[in-house]
Design a binder for this molecule. Sequence first.
Ligand code: ADP
Length: 361
Amino acid sequence: NPLKRKLCLEAENSGAAAGSDSGVKVVVRMRPQNQGEQEGDLVLQKLSADSLAINGQTFTFDAVADVEATQVAIFDLVGAPLVENCIAGFNSSIFAYGQTGSGKTYTMWGPMQALLEDRFSSQQGLTPRIVELIFSRINEIYNEQITDLLDPRKRNLQIREDVKCGVYVESLTEERVCTMNDVKQLLIRGLSNRRTGTTSINAESSRSHSVFTFVIKSQSKSLATGLTSFKTSRINLVDLAGSERQKLTGAAGEQLKEAVTSTDHFTAGAFSVLSNSLCLRECRNLINILAEISKGGKQRHIPYRDSKLTFLLQESLGGNAKLAMVCAVSPAQRCRGETYSTLRFAQRAKAIRNKAVVNEV
Ligand code: ADP
């Protein structure tokens, strides 16, 4: 199909591919030390633009962003290429992974204050920047939300899958957004309603995964052939729950109970929260299995249905999507163990190969 070839070529030429061919692009971002962390208390050493050392061991990724890296720099690295992918018709996702307090929310959203400001703030994270670029790149956008924080009465919605629609959440409100401001209002409401839990590591940390999804449907007419083609693609921007072992954060018993039993799925304009942080274990397990298979390990059952998170994101994980991961790490001595395991996980995730193709409808 000439159109499909052209779109793929355009995406490749624009440097849009999130990583070479359909590999996962993995960027590690170190956050600055906070007030409680002493000067000299650094466990990570950036060696070059794409490598760092911890415990005397060197890790290499697609890029390593140190404390100097601005929000714009992270956007240029992972956000902008993903938008080009998506406009070319590929499903695209960004996952922020790392322990609580390492900078995932800062990376995906930026501080709430930055969203509330009228001017576009330099502190804004990936999501508002991505949405802004999309609005400047395409004429028409439909916003098909997965879960609804704007209507919290809708709980426990089921995820369904069929040939026509792929994976979706049943009974959701579907809203069309026309301006950046429409999306901003949704983000502010969604972020305000987002469930947070207080842990000893970070009072504002979230114990839930938040997924912001929108669908871009576009129509183009070829001047040469006069034929109209339609393509549709989806971006998932995922701020995962803290990756640390629950013991470490000293989460209260009540919270732990909630983490084990709560599987509510809230729906909002363009924004979803999955309040079961335990889904992260299934997500991690899935990434390990996919990495093994991609490295030539034997084919085996891929447990997408083990949790809501993996079911919802199955196209991003080893499916039809371009995937980028920002692994957020803390420079602090006391986080050394978690930082090391985040880097080990990031290295395994790099092995995954997705099968991204342009979606034509
Ligand atoms: P997480 O979502 O991983 O739990 P946060 O994004 O809430 O972590 O970050 C914890 C704290 O560190 C927040 O106060 C945040 O503003 C700050 N922070 C994180 N990364 C950076 C950064 N790159 N530059 C400045 N402040 C940061």
